[in-house]
Design a protein around this ligand. Sequence first.
Ligand code: GRF
Length: 207
Amino acid sequence: MLNIAVFGSGRGSNFQAILAAVEKGKIPEARIVCVISNNSSAGILEIARSHSLPAYHLSQIQCATEEAFVELLQSVLDKHEVNLIVLAGYMKLLPRELIAHYRHRIVNIHPALLPKFGGKGMYGHHVHEAVLAAGEKESGATVHLVDEVYDHGGILQQTRVPVHQEDTPETLAARVLAVEHELYPEVIRRIAAGELALPAPAVLAHT
Ligand code: GRF
């Protein structure tokens, strides 16, 4: 069974799409066990609470050291026996120790066709502005493994969308977001069903 922790900083529409798929029974081998945000007013926490899911506001600011923050995060993840971390609009880089502990068990979605248009500073409208400025004919969404570098880990699956001549960052963002909502639940379904084999985990053994 996949015990998923979702991390997000904002509105949580990808989380909502994944949750809907789980609730409709489309991903029978997975459950969402907690939601974590660095932002106390994030929509993603409200959505979690309205579905009676454990929702945590956990931020580095609450801790004196990064070590203490890692311990805090780890205690929550252990409590819920998490074996897959799903980043859905999480704006912080996870502590290195946590990334190492959950090696190959952390996934992220990015609103472009990586390896293009990724990296530090490439988030939200910046991504779509860069795609338009480069004159790209297509863009899309990428689900990838998370490592210590922004948007850098192995690519798991991508969906492409056309870029139209009259596109603005907003219209392109909307077209990409719509496919994200299909792509992310599908990748999680494939992982949960064993159709998409992730590289061996570092240490995890929760079943
Ligand atoms: C999405 O565009 C995702 O690709 C990026 O952050 C955004 C999160 O949106 N990583 P939401 O909070 O899921 O609505």
